[in-house]
Design a protein around this ligand. Structure first.
Ligand SMILES: C[S@@+](CC[C@H](N)C(=O)[O-])C[C@H]1O[C@@H](n2cnc3c(N)ncnc32)[C@H](O)[C@@H]1O
Ligand code: SF4
Length: 369
C-alpha cells in the first residue's frame, strides 16, 4: 500500500504559435477548446485522485504555455486543484499582464517559471520568440508587483548566432533583475526538424562551444551568489530553500501524477504516458474514461539506475544504500583517482566533483554496473 504521490504535474498544451526548436506536446491556438480541456483535466484528476496523497507538496502547471490558456478556464482550473505548499506556473513573458499576475496570486500560485530564453533580440528571433527584452522586464515587474517572491527564469544557450559575449550579456541582464532561481539549458535541436535544417552548420559550431558556455554559466551564477544545486539549475542562497521542490521530487525519484495530454506519471513502479493527441484525450475523458496510455512497468533495477543518474545531478551527496548494487565499485575507484567523483570513507554516499559535474551524464553512465 503506497501512501500516495505528493506531486502533481498538470500539462497545458496551448501556445500562440510553435517555436521552431520546441519538442514539447503543444497545440497552437484552439481557444474554443481551452474550457473543454480544463474539464477533461479535472475529470482525469477525479479518476486518479486515489493515487494522490491527501496533502500535496507540489503542483506544477507546465506547457505548452499555461498562461496562454483562456484566463477564465485557467482560473477555474487553479481554483479546483488540490492545494500544495509549492504551486508553480510556467509563463511566457508576453502573456503576463497585471491582471493575470494578480489572478495567479489570488488562486494560490506562489512560484512562477518565466520562459525568458534570451534578452538579445537577434537570438529571440532565431528562436521564433515573439517577445522583446523589455517585455520580459515588464512581465517580471508585474509578477513582483503582484507579490511573487519566488520567480525562476529559463535561459537557453548554444543558440545559432550566439557568441560568448551574448551569453555573458544574457546572464548579466538576468542577474540585474535578480530572480530567485534560474534554469539554464543547452539548446537541443532535434535532427530532421525545420529548425535543424535551417541552422545546421551553426548548430554544429555551437555544439563545439557548449562546454565553455556551460562553464561560463556556472561561473557567472555561482559568482553572483547562486547555488549550483542541479546540473542546469541554480537558486539564490537565502534563509529560504529556493530549490524547485517539484523538480527535486523528479531528481529524487519520488512518485508523481501527471495529468493532461502527453503527461507522464510514475507511481508504484509503473510509468505511464497519456496520449499526445488532443482529440483522443478530450474524447476519452468526455465519456469518463481514462485516456489512451502507454504503460511501462519499471523494474527495481531500472528505478535504481534512474535514481543514480538523476541523483548525481544534485550537489548533495547521493546516499547509496541499495543503490550500491547498480554502481560499479571499480569504476568509482578509478573516477576518484581522476578527481571526478567523491565518496565518503565507507562508500555510503557518492557525489560528483565540480569537474565531474561539468562532464555530467557521461561520468554517471560509466558508474553504472
Ligand atoms: C515546457 S518548456 C516551455 C515553456 C514556455 N512555453 C516557454 O516557451 O517559455 C520549458 C523550458 O524548456 C526549455 N526548452 C524548450 N525547448 C528546448 C530545447 N529544444 N532545448 C533546450 N531547452 C528547451 C525552455 O527554456 C523552456 O522555457
Ligand atoms: S511557447 Fe514554449 S511550449 Fe510553446 S512552442 Fe514555444 S517553446 Fe514550445
Amino acid at each position: 500500500m503506497t501512501p500516495g504521490a505528493r506531486h502533481l504535474y498538470v500539462h497545458l498544451p496551448f501556445c500562440a504559435h510553435r517555436c521552431g526548436y520546441c519538442d514539447f506536446v503543444t497545440a497552437v491556438g484552439r481557444h474554443s477548446q481551452h474550457a473543454g480541456y480544463v474539464d477533461a483535466l479535472l475529470s482525469e484528476l477525479a479518476l486518479e485522485r486515489g493515487v494522490l496523497a491527501s496533502e500535496l507538496d507540489t503542483v506544477f502547471l507546465g506547457g505548452g504555455t499555461p498562461t496562454f490558456t483562456e484566463p477564465r478556464a485557467l482560473e477555474r482550473l487553479l481554483a479546483s486543484l488540490p492545494p500544495a505548499s509549492e504551486v508553480t506556473v510556467e509563463a511566457n513573458p508576453e502573456t503576463v499582464t497585471q491582471e493575470l499576475a494578480h489572478m495567479l496570486r489570488a488562486q494560490g500560485v506562489n512560484r512562477i517559471s518565466l520562459g525568458v530564453q534570451s534578452f538579445r533580440p537577434h537570438l529571440l528571433e532565431v528562436l521564433d520568440r515573439v517577445v522583446q527584452p523589455d517585455t520580459v522586464r515588464r512581465a517580471f515587474h508585474h509578477l513582483r508587483d503582484a507579490g511573487f517572491d519566488n520567480i525562476s527564469f529559463d535561459l537557453i544557450y548554444g543558440i545559432p548566432g550566439q557568441a560568448p559575449h551574448d551569453l555573458d550579456a544574457d546572464l548579466a541582464d538576468a542577474l540585474e533583475l535578480g530572480p530567485e532561481h534560474m534554469s539554464c539549458y543547452e539548446l537541443e535541436a532535434k535532427p530532421g526538424t525545420r529548425f535543424t535544417h535551417a541552422h545546421g552548420e551553426d548548430l554544429e559550431r555551437q555544439a563545439d562551444s557548449m562546454e565553455s558556455y556551460f562553464e561560463l554559466v556556472v561561473e557567472r551564477l555561482t559568482g553572483a551568489g547562486y547555488r549550483w544545486y542541479e546540473t542546469a539549475n541554480f537558486c539564490r542562497v537565502s534563509d529560504r530553500d529556493l530549490r524547485s521542490r517539484h523538480n527535486l521530487a523528479y531528481w529524487l525519484g519520488r512518485d508523481y501524477l501527471g495529468i493532461g495530454m502527453g503527461a507522464v506519471s510514475t507511481i508504484g513502479g509503473r510509468r505511464w504516458r497519456n496520449t499526445p493527441r488532443l482529440a483522443g484525450y478530450l474524447e476519452a475523458l468526455g465519456r469518463g474514461a481514462v485516456p489512451e496510455r502507454e504503460i511501462e512497468p519499471l523494474s527495481i533495477d531500472v528505478l535504481r539506475r534512474e535514481r543514480v543518474m538523476l541523483g548525481l545531478r544534485l550537489d548533495e551527496p547521493l546516499v547509496l544504500g541499495d543503490l550500491a548494487r547498480v554502481v560499479d565499485d571499480r569504476v568509482v575507484s578509478r573516477l576518484e583517482v581522476l578527481g571526478l567523483v567523491q565518496s565518503d570513507t565507507d562508500r555510503q554516499t557518492l557525489t560528483l566533483t565540480r569537474r565531474g559535474r561539468f562532464l555530467g551524464g557521461g561520468v554517471t553512465a560509466d558508474l553504472l554496473a
